[in-house]
Design a protein around this ligand. Structure first.
Ligand code: UDP
Length: 328
């Protein structure tokens, strides 16, 4: 099969490319390297079934050619990461909404199936856990920039489902919950690469707020396996799926586990949200997926537990930080 991955040089996209290649597919990647990196895909360049284009999906001609050549599209290109969202809201909103509009419009010409990567962020600050696909979305006010991400992805979902209902374009919407693993950068705010880096460098591990907020972390290889599976199942078309682990951990506990597993001497430091993200920042207290729907259809069951995930990230980061560790 010929498969296009938008954002394929990003963290999740590059792992998905690897997995789909290993299954024998031809993989086409388009990425503007805004948050992705060429290092994420260099090892794939040798593979004759791998093709990449460094360009933005806003370049309609480039995107159109690729969509035309492929049978299936994974739309992962997006502005993600709380820090990026807070610092560059215009880019977040425009990239996420316009980019998805373009991909859906192009795919619709020859009814190419599109799997849209959405996010658990769309549940917003809903307090009923676990989150089920049919639950209400509870977003904060528009003067709090963080919610622009959830809102932009919710519009993407509405649009994708509208294409399905109105134009019979086959789409699948996947809400990803805190996916982590090698190649994820801490640059845009993601907690686990930041904690591991801080622990390995002996710097304070910065827990924002009081650390009682919780998340469920899913290892990227578990995520890409189910993404690949959902792309092949006719029953998934027109549906929304939560994808994530249901092992919940508070951020303070996460910091303690990172510290212990890396045998770090770092202090754990509580940082008020306004110092981390500016005044008026709102966080979600708990975020836990109900994964019964995806489990029913695909048998999805995350194979990596949290400690294993943390260990894998430590193992990945340690050699990369060696120079900095030695310089102290
Ligand atoms: N967080 C933290 N320290 C950091 C980065 C993030 O305590 O250096 C917290 C953040 O406030 C949130 C949680 O960790 O409560 C997860 O943050 P992330 O940005 O990884 O994902 P999201 O907020 O989208 O779940």
């Amino acid at each position: 099969m010929k498969i296009l991955i938008t954002g394929g040089a990003g963290f999740i996209g590059s792992h998905l490319a690897e997995y789909l290649l290993a299954q024998g597919n031809h993989v086409f990647v388009i990425d503007d390297l805004s948050t992705g990196a060429i290092e994420n895909i260099v090892h794939l360049k040798e593979n004759p079934r791998f093709h990449y284009t460094i360009d933005t999906i806003m370049n309609i001609q480039a995107a159109a050619e690729l969509v035309d050549r492929c049978d299936l599209v994974y739309h992962l290109a997006a502005a993600v990461g709380v820090r990026l969202i807070v610092e560059s809201p215009v880019r977040t909103i425009e990239t996420n909404i316009r980019g998805t509009e373009i991909i859906l419009e192009l795919a619709n010409k020859k009814k190419k199936k599109v799997v849209i990567a959405s996010t658990s962020e769309v549940y917003g600050k809903a307090s009923k856990v676990p989150f089920k696909e049919t639950d209400d979305l509870v977003l904060g006010p528009t003067d709090k920039g963080r919610w622009s991400y959830a809102c932009s992805k919710a519009i993407d979902e509405f649009l994708a489902l509208a294409y399905w209902h109105e134009k019979k374009l086959p789409v699948v919407v996947v809400r990803l919950f805190n996916t982590v693993g090698p190649r994820q950068t801490g640059q845009y705010g993601m907690v686990l690469p930041n904690f591991v880096r801080q622990a390995l460098l002996g710097q304070p591990i910065t827990v924002f707020g009081d650390g009682t907020q919780s998340r469920c972390f899913t290892y990227v290889s578990d995520v890409v396996r189910v993404l690949a599976d959902l792309g092949q199942r006719p029953e998934a078309i027109g549906e929304i799926f939560n994808v994530g682990s249901d092992e919940e951990v508070t951020i303070l506990d996460l910091a303690q586990r990172v510290k212990a597993l890396s045998a770090s001497s770092s202090d754990i430091q509580l940082v008020p949200y306004n110092e981390a993200y500016g005044s008026g920042f709102e966080d979600m207290q708990r975020r836990v997926p109900d994964i019964s729907k995806v489990r029913r259809l695909t048998g999805f069951c995350p194979t990596y537990g949290l400690d294993q995930i943390i260990e894998a990230i430590i193992e990945y980061e340690r050699p990369r930080l060696r120079g900095e560790i030695e310089r102290g």
